[in-house]
Design a protein around this ligand. Sequence first.
Ligand SMILES: Cc1cc2nc3c(=O)[nH]c(=O)nc-3n(C[C@H](O)[C@H](O)[C@H](O)COP(=O)(O)OP(=O)(O)OC[C@H]3O[C@@H](n4cnc5c(N)ncnc54)[C@H](O)[C@@H]3O)c2cc1C
Ligand code: FES
Length: 253
Amino acid sequence: MIKDKVKKIYKAKVKNVEKVSISAYLIKIELPQAVEVKAGQFISIYCKGLTLRRPFSVFSSKDNEIGVLFKERGEGTNYIKSLKSGDLIDIIGPLGNGFDIKNKKSLIIGAGIGAAPMAFLKSKTDELNIESLFAAGFLNKDEIPSVITPDKIYTDDGSYGESGSILNYLGVLINTYNPEIIYVCGPYIVLKTVANTALKYSVECQVAMEKVMACSIGVCRGCVIDIKKDNKVINASVCKDGPVFLGSEVVWQ
Ligand SMILES: Cc1cc2nc3c(=O)[nH]c(=O)nc-3n(C[C@H](O)[C@H](O)[C@H](O)COP(=O)(O)OP(=O)(O)OC[C@H]3O[C@@H](n4cnc5c(N)ncnc54)[C@H](O)[C@@H]3O)c2cc1C
Ligand code: FES
């Protein structure tokens, strides 16, 4: 097990860091070897001077190149933002389970920076010729990353696309598009609302959960959530058992 985890540690070379919205950046890194990445999997980046690595979903992956779309929050993301072409960084990944892509008409929902892994998922469903609609919600026009092209965009303040929270449109989206499965990533309230709405409409739903992480590899138990399995409530770690869970199995707070 440990050997398996160690195999996933890489010294990656920064290709470039680009500002792609008022608050988000895209970093592209090159690994020493090609890696297979599933949509919804993440990498954990060592940020110089900080004890804990920072986890980020994979936004794009081709051969040995991985892209991560991130929002500047604190010290870690500030460090990543400051990286220059040619710098070496220490990453672990890809980690976690990723989405279990089904050959079903798919509604792919992303909110805020949660749209990043969903853009990757959309590209995977397109590659597999699975019919899908990618709907994304942002606070306003300035928050929309230039590298993301959803089929439908919603902004809370109405400055781009349809006006209002994407959550206000869930019923309409489900009724008009008739998805057989919904995949979602975004803030907790978005995950919870989409999961509960999917349940109401009897549509299968997979949610990408987010928790502040310490080890990212299933050791510290710092990222556990409650899930229902066989009529029992059990702990699951978001980093190792997730981050993707069935919406119906999560015990929502
Ligand atoms: C599986 C997973 C995938 C993620 N994918 C992405 C991604 O694709 N793009 C992206 O921008 N971010 C993503 N995040 C969140 C990202 O890990 C945090 O934004 C980052 O760790 C913040 O580090 P920092 O040192 O800059 O901020 P810190 O100084 O650690 O914190 C600054 C602020 O951000 C908040 N914060 C820290 N960690 C998280 C977290 N995990 N979730 C929510 N808020 C947090 C803190 O509470 C604090 O308010 C992901 C998190 C997880 C668990
Ligand atoms: S972060 Fe340590 S178990 Fe998930």
